[in-house]
Write a protein that binds this ligand. Sequence first.
Ligand SMILES: [Zn+2]
Length: 393
Amino acid sequence: MVIAFGKAPTLGFGKQGSPRVSSPHQFSSHLKPDRQGAGWMGTPTRGIELDRYFGGLFRSDARAFACVATSPNDVPGWQNRARPALRHLIGLSVIETDSSGHVPRIDLGEPEAFDDYTRQLGVIETEPGVHLPFWFLTPPGAGPFPLGIFPHGHEDHGMDTYVGKARDAAHQSRIDREDRDVAVQAVRRGLVAIAPNTRGFLPANVPDDRERHGKRDCRCQAIHCLLAGRTAIGERVWDLSALIDWASGLPIVDSKRVLMMGNSGGGVATLYAAACDARVTVAVPSCSYCSIVGLDGRVHHCDCNTVPGILRFGEFWDVAGLIAPRALAIVNGNQDLLFPLAEVDRAVEECARIFQVAGIPELFEHHYGDGGHRFYADLMWPFVARNLPCPAI
Ligand SMILES: [Zn+2]
């Protein structure tokens, strides 16, 4: 058998999606295509022209629910069409059917007294067999107080981080350096604060114990629920809405003032939850807002945030636009390596355009913190104070 060897250029993509030519590749005799596009038996091919392929997949004229409003009067009609479509797309209607007749059960543990607040561990069964733990923090007094809900991102037991419950000194130092105890910050500002476990992470996880999903429980959760027509983000939104259902009925809570704030995957959950659930009055997603795909066609977020068909619905700014006329502050770190700043800026401009068209530009803000993938308390709380009136903030 004669195997042809050859040298051929392989096509890649530059930053703006234009083809570039990388260095020639010397094929081996192992008959395996490499990941750069070199082909079988020395055939110099890239089977997919990525710019044309992505250009077709993600063409902007295919986004059926993109906001094209040109006046404030157009916005409610767009939202009334788009919000149910988004809820369906992320699988909430499937979860509703699967949970039909289920009444969430809530158990609250004994209160622990801290200097200026009380903390309880709770568990809510958000759908049959899903027991989601959460921390419940209350300020002194009878209230009613605004409610704050703080979904965490990619971190097992991340709810502990949000209440400043460190596992060791290094963890404590990171919490302090990166303002990560947001539920404590909230209760000290006079909010009732809930820091729930985000589904997909310990203890409410789907373990990748057979190592078929990159040893990542969040991806394992996503793959399993996708098979049933759900999404991982839809399940997280469901859990957050169940917590609002419960907390809104408490005498200590003013259900007209609801803040949601989260970092990273918790920021994505914040954005979707606020878009889908109009009871959220102020949303602050941190280090999570960017285009879903960049101009180079590449995806920025973790697999567990994948919503099949989302780019035939709209882009991330169309999800964010559903939060208007409620208040939205987006915070990013200017050294957060997960999201190209040019893509953040592009996505922010589009979102600002929607709030401008809606006639409420003052209810949208974007800030860059001088740092990485973390919370920025000094950029978040002033916006919350202005838009979630509370004397203690
Ligand atoms: Zn993930």
